[in-house]
Design a binder for this molecule. Sequence first.
Ligand code: HEC
Length: 362
Amino acid sequence: MSEAHRKSRRLVSSMKRRALISIAVAATLALLGPAWAQEEAPPSTTDQAAAPSAQENDQGAAPPAKEADKAAEPPAKEGDNAAAPPAKEAEKVAAPEAKEKEARHESERHEQKPKRFDWSFAGAFGRYDKAQLRRGFKVYKEVCSSCHSIKMLAFRNLSQPGGPEFPEKEVEALAASYKIKDGPNQAGEYFDRPGRPSDRFPPPFANEQAARAALAGNYPPDMSVLAKARGYSRGFPLFLFDALPGFSYQEHGVDYITSLMEGYEDPPPDVKMPDGQFYDPYMPGRRIGMPPPLSEGVVTYEDGAPQTIDQYAKDVAAFMMWVAEPHLESRKRTGLGVVAFLLVFVGLLYFTKRKIWSNVPH
Ligand code: HEC
């Protein structure tokens, strides 16, 4: 073997070693990614004004570019409430001052980014905390269910593995305590009967119009998938990570719901609230038609957990996450198994390749 030949073989084997090391590092990062991403400090309020959330656009609110334009126009409908200065006044102010004012109003108008909380079901090894799901269900049942339906949840789901896992007897008794509309019977009439575990939770209002009529024109959304349907953009560069499998942060919805529950406050003095609206900086537009639903001690916990707004909010958010994604645990377990298998498979492939090529001069 010539000197050059030997050199090139050494080079190739060192390249292979490097490739293996980088695969191992990438796999470790992919597994640890979510944990690492959680340690990020939430960005400041000024950043948020610059990074509009995807959610707001989803909801059909005016895109930020348009809103910025509005500040220069005479106040539109929204401007009245947010107390934007009328255009003529704004023109009078010197340019830098006007800009500063505009920035301040922007940050007041856009919702605040939700706080981040620790969730037992976050990350690759995440699992639901059964006690928390049970408490969350209690909060839903005793507080939220008077306005919000949860149409996709059947009573029997409450005893299935991976959820709150109530005993079946309890679920049967719970179902029987509800009246379910059924029919038509032989006489062609609809009738009420006690619920069965296979029934779904009956909604509190017969239809959307009935809900709006009872709640000052506001409509409480169904809670079946709300925890997954609500989210926010984390802005550059974190949204890049959200696009990668293994790195993505999936607890936006629960962070948002918890922050929303805890976030009610008095409106700033220059913000006028219409009747039936409440000030909450986490709600897009900062106004919400839901009266603050939680207060200290409103639900009695039997397991000794603190009966505070903070605890209620987290528990009910976790419960909503389970309702929206009941198979989270098995999904994560399968994912881990697949990654472990692929790692072993890469090793096997490498040694197979070495064996096959060992007798071939090259
Ligand atoms: C008095 C009736 C009422 C009760 C009780 C109630 N809500 Fe609401 N909720 C509403 C209404 C009305 C809306 C729609 C508000 C709007 O669109 O401005 C709403 C909206 C929401 C939203 C959606 C906010 C968004 O991003 O659009 C969430 C989340 C929510 N409620 C959670 C809860 C939770 C959790 C509870 C129980 C702790 C609860 N609600 C109890 C009436 C209620």
